[in-house]
Design a protein around this ligand. Structure first.
Ligand SMILES: Cc1cc2nc3c(=O)[nH]c(=O)nc-3n(C[C@H](O)[C@H](O)[C@H](O)COP(=O)(O)O)c2cc1C
Length: 330
C-alpha cells in the first residue's frame, strides 16, 4: 500500500510528508535522510553563512541521496538583508528542482525559478496569502497553522479551521503544517482537504537531526504547553521554547519595551548555542506545540515508515470500520 496524493505526484516523492526549512537544523544529513525515507526534505539556505556554503551543502546532500530534495529560501524583513539573489542563483545553478519559499511574497523569485524548471512550494499562514500565491502561479502551498513552531502569523487560526478554509479555495497541491507529528495528524490533514503534511519539530527530534541530544530529549520531555509566543506586540510573532530567556522577552515587550530592549536576549548566536552546546537556557530556540505528541527519537526512515504505515491502517481499519452500509438500528 502507499498513500498517493496530488502532492506526491506533482513533487515526485513517495510519501506525502515534507520537512520544512529550519534555521540551524535543515542540513544535509537530515534532508538526505528524509529523502531516502521517501519524504521531501528542504535544506535551509540561510543556515549556510554564504551562497558558496549553500552550494557545498547541496553537493553534500547529493552525496548522501539520489532522491529528490529541495532548498528553503526564507525571505524576512531585515536591516541587513542576506544576498537573496546570490542564494537564489546558487539554487538554480545547483540543479535542485524544488524550492520552499516562506516569509514574504514569492513573486520576485518565481520567474527565475520557473524559467529553470524549479517547482515552488510556498509556505504561508493565512488563506488570503495562500490564494494570492496560487494566483501568482506557485506549484504548491504549505499552510502553517497557529500550532506551528516559528512564525504563525498574527491571525491565530489553528489548523482545524485553517486547513479546510484554505482547501476550499486552493486547487494546486496543498500540505498542512503546524502541529503534525504522527499518523493521526496525517489522516486528519487528508480528511481536512490537504494532500499531505509538513513537519518541523518532529524532524528536529530524529537521529539524523544535527542538534544537541539535550534539545531532542527536552522535546521528548516537553508537553504541548511548553512554548511562548514572543514578539506579539511587535506583530512579528514567533513560537519558541518556553525558557527563562523567552519568558523575559515576553515580559519586557508586554511592559511596553521595544525591540532594542530585547535585541541581545534574542540574538541568533545565543540561540545557536542551544543547538550546538545543548544549554537549553542559553537563548531563544524554536519549537512547536506538537512536542506534546513526541515521545521518542527515531531515525527519519523509522518515523516516515511509521507515520505512513499507521495512517494506512487507520484509514483502512479504524475509519473504514466505522462506516456501515446498514442503517444503525434504534
Ligand atoms: C528549529 C526550527 C527552525 C525553523 N526555521 C524556519 C526557517 O528558517 N524558515 C521557515 O520557513 N520555517 C522555519 N521553521 C518552521 C518549519 O519549517 C515548519 O513550518 C514548522 O516547524 C511547522 O510546525 P511544527 O513544528 O509544528 O511541525 C522552523 C521550525 C523549527 C522547529
Amino acid at each position: 500500500m502507499a498513500i498517493r496524493t496530488k502532492f506526491t505526484e506533482v513533487f515526485g516523492v513517495e510519501a506525502p510528508i515534507a520537512q520544512g526549512g529550519m534555521q540551524w537544523v535543515g542540513r544535509a544529513e537530515l534532508v538526505a535522510a528524509v529523502a531516502n525515507a521517501g519524504g521531501l526534505g528542504f535544506i535551509t539556505a540561510l543556515t549556510q553563512p554564504t551562497p558558496a556554503d549553500l552550494a557545498r551543502e547541496i553537493d553534500k546532500t547529493r552525496d548522501l541521496t539520489d532522491k529528490p530534495f529541495g532548498v528553503n529560501l526564507t525571505i524576512l524583513p531585515s536591516i541587513n538583508p542576506p544576498p537573496y539573489d546570490e542564494y537564489r542563483q546558487v539554487i538554480v545553478d545547483s540543479g535542485v528542482k524544488i524550492v520552499e519559499t516562506a516569509g514574504s511574497n514569492p513573486a520576485p523569485h518565481l520567474p527565475m525559478f520557473h524559467d529553470n524548471g524549479i517547482k515552488v512550494l510556498h509556505k504561508c499562514t493565512s488563506v488570503r496569502h495562500a490564494v494570492k500565491a496560487q494566483s501568482l502561479g506557485v506549484d504548491g502551498i504549505s499552510i502553517d497553522g497557529f500550532e506551528c513552531a516559528g512564525h504563525p502569523g498574527e491571525d491565530d487560526v489553528p489548523g482545524l479551521v485553517l486547513i479546510p478554509a484554505a482547501a476550499r479555495q486552493i486547487e494546486i497541491p496543498m500540505i498542512a503544517s503546524g502541529g503534525f507529528g504522527d499518523a493521526r495528524g496525517l489522516v486528519a490533514a487528508l480528511a481536512l482537504g490537504a494532500d499531505g503534511i509538513n513537519m518541523g519539530t518532529r524532524f528536529m527530534c530524529t537521529v539524523e537531526s544535527c542538534i544537541h541530544q539535550n534539545v531532542k530529549e527536552a522535546i521528548v520531555a516537553g508537553d504541548e504547553r511548553g512554548t511562548e509566543l514572543i514578539f506579539r506586540p511587535l506583530r512579528n510573532t514567533a513560537r519558541v521554547a518556553s525558557n527563562t530567556v523567552s519568558r523575559e522577552v515576553v515580559e519586557i515587550l508586554d511592559r511596553g519595551g521595544e525591540f532594542a530592549d530585547v535585541k541581545d536576549l534574542v540574538a541568533g548566536v545565543r540561540g545557536r548555542r542551544v543547538f550546538d552546546d545543548g544549554d537549553l537556557e542559553a537563548g531563544i530556540w524554536t519549537v512547536g506545540t506538537v512536542q506534546g505528541l513526541i515521545h521518542d527519537i527515531p531515525t527519519c526512515g523509522e518515523l516516515i515508515a511509521r507515520i505512513v504505515g499507521e495512517a494506512e491502517e487507520l484509514i483502512a481499519g479504524r475509519l473504514a470500520g466505522m462506516v456501515s452500509a446498514a442503517p444503525v438500528s434504534a
